[in-house]
Design a protein around this ligand. Structure first.
Ligand code: ZN
Length: 232
């Protein structure tokens, strides 16, 4: 069996960490590391192994930003925050789903495929079995530039559709944008995700990303592509 890479360097500012079916991203800032998403519960070991492989340590993580509140994105935030003492940021609408006050946010399937429908039916049970640890956010991510103290020229773009709380992160220097689950990567192109709450918002958000004319679009599931590879 070929061993999958722990992760890959995209450019000087951005790395991608493979966590099986989902990815996390690591932004290298002047002030330390900014981790974007944390995978399912128990992904912390893989994330730390990758961070160590590039000569950094878990205590270098200063911020953990979540693209949205699905469990495969915030699942290991609790464990990593405990080890790093990092700030936790998410869009305001996602707070009640990561702090436990509204329970878990279950993905909404708009696909007619039997597989997706079945997946959504069993998801609440699977999620419970995974025992996610809820976490308090101390930063509300909304449209606009990163605060100066974060040490990187980037901005938050509100991109609802997959969920109401979905955000993207645009790194201006490299013209790279992390879109989370706004798009799904296949080997050949970027498509709409199998799960989304509102199609009109999804399309508006995808158009917002297109207008940036980014050089690279990084997705949480599947392969990254450039903006010309969007087929939605
Ligand atoms: Zn999601």
């Amino acid at each position: 069996m070929v061993k999958r890479e722990l992760g890959v360097k995209i450019n000087d500012t951005l790395h991608e960490i493979n966590l099986g079916n989902v990815k996390a991203f690591l932004i290298i800032s002047e002030k330390g590391l900014i981790l974007v998403d944390t995978g399912l519960p128990n992904s912390e070991k893989k994330i730390i192994a990758y961070i160590n492989s590039i000569g950094k340590s878990v205590s270098d993580i200063k911020y953990i930003l979540l693209t949205h509140s699905h469990m495969d994105h915030f699942g290991s935030a609790y464990a990593l925050q405990k080890m790093s003492n990092a700030h936790i940021g998410i869009n305001e609408k996602g707070i009640p789903y990561i702090d436990g006050s509204k329970g878990l946010l279950i993905p909404v399937s708009n696909s007619k495929s039997f597989k997706n429908k079945l997946f959504v039916r069993v998801l609440p049970l699977i999620s419970k079995l995974m025992k996610p640890k809820y976490i308090k956010a101390d930063m509300k991510l909304k449209e606009g530039a990163f605060p100066k103290e974060m040490g990187v020229d980037a901005k938050i773009i509100e991109t609802p559709g997959h969920t109401k709380d979905s955000i993207s992160i645009y790194l201006r220097d490299s013209k790279t944008v992390i879109v989370g689950d706004l798009l799904k990567g296949t080997d050949k192109r970027l498509e709409s995700p199998p799960f989304f709450e509102d199609y009109v918002s999804l399309i508006n958000s995808i158009n917002k990303i297109k207008e940036l004319k980014p050089d690279l679009i990084c997705v949480s599931h599947g392969k990254d592509h450039n903006v010309d590879d969007i087929f939605v």
